[in-house]
Each structure stands twice: as C-alpha cells, then as structure tokens.
Design a protein around this ligand. Structure first.
Ligand code: HEM
Length: 149
C-alpha cells in the first residue's frame, strides 16, 4: 500500500483541478495515444468508445473528480467501485498500472507544457499510485469473489 498523501501533494494536485477541467479531454486522448502503442493493452479497450470520445471523457471526468476530492476521498467510493467492476470485466491486472502511469504522466506534460512543473508531475505521480493501490485492492477482492463462486 502507498503511504497517505501529504499536505503538499494534496495541495499541488488540487491546484491543478482548473487546468484539468479545461484540458482533461486533451490529456486523456493523448494518454490513450501513448498507451495504445502497446497492442495487447489496446485490445482490452472498446474501440468504439474511444472513437466516440466516450472513454476519454469518462477518464477525464474521473481524473477531475479525483483532483477535486483528493482531500475527501469518501466522496469517490461509488465511482471507484464502478471503475473496479469495469476493470475486472475487462481483465485489468496490477501489472497494467505502471503502463497507464507511464502514459498518463507524460500526457499531462505534453498538454499542460511548462505549467506541468516537475513538482506538479511528481505530486500527480504520487496521487496516481495512491488511487491505483485503492483500485488494485478492490479489484483483488472482486477477482477473489469470482474465484470463490
Ligand atoms: C488510477 C488508474 C485508473 C483510473 C482512474 C481508471 C479509470 C477508469 C474509468 C473512469 C473507467 C470507466 C468506467 C465506466 O465504465 O464507468 C475505466 C474503464 C476502463 N479502464 Fe481504467 N482506470 C485506471 C487504470 C486502468 C488500467 C491500469 C487499465 C489497464 C490497461 C485500465 C483499463 C480500463 C479498461 C479496459 C476500461 C474499460 C474501457 C472500455 O469500455 O473500453 N484502467 N477506467
């Protein structure tokens, strides 16, 4: 499990919420471009939901909600459970999470450019892994339930 996020990280991530609100879709579209260089990962996604922009929009909304609620994560319990359920349906495993981190963080830099300082990117890196660990934990529980059936 990752350590709790410290005050500085929380403040840095929260401060980027307006930029994420404005540029979230560009960031997630860029993230998927980077992620889909890996054909095996690309095959996990519904390409119709990519082309219609549905999935990039869902991810942008999730990232924005996370930035806005990072100091009150209990507000995200229901959306986190929905994400975990969808991830289990599509076979997402812990080993996929570094691939998304390696696509998302550079995508934030690509879109926000110099506004995404090293400090901001480091804060988002920590915040990503904090959420990733929560999802990985919920997904492990769901996979175990399926196994037990
Ligand atoms: C912290 C990291 C992540 C976040 C915040 C996140 C967020 C989301 C959200 C919001 C959805 C839409 C759920 C819905 O249908 O309502 C989703 C779906 C999905 N995610 Fe993630 N995700 C993360 C990591 C990953 C990873 C590591 C993978 C593996 C490559 C992945 C693969 C998928 C797939 C395949 C779907 C279904 C998309 C489709 O229907 O085409 N996600 N995720």
């Amino acid at each position: 499990m990752s350590e709790p996020l410290n005050e500085t990280t929380i403040a840095l991530v929260k401060a980027t919420a307006p930029a994420i609100q404005q540029h979230g879709l560009a960031i997630t579209q860029r993230m998927y471009e980077r992620l889909f260089v890996n054909e095996d990962v690309k095959a996990m996604f519904d390409q119709a939901a990519q082309q219609s922009g549905e999935q990039p929009k869902r991810l942008a909304a999730a990232i924005l909600a996370y930035a806005q609620n990072i100091d009150k994560l209990e507000a995200l319990t229901a959306p986190v459970m929905r994400m975990a359920a969808r991830h289990v349906e599509t076979g997402v495993k812990p080993e996929h999470y570094p691939l998304v981190a390696e696509a998302l963080l550079p995508a934030i830099r690509d879109v926000l450019k110099d506004a995404a300082t090293d400090e901001i990117l480091a804060a988002w890196g920590k915040a990503y892994w904090f959420l990733a660990d929560i999802l990985i934990g919920k997904e492990a529980g769901l996979y175990a339930e399926i196994e037990a059936r």
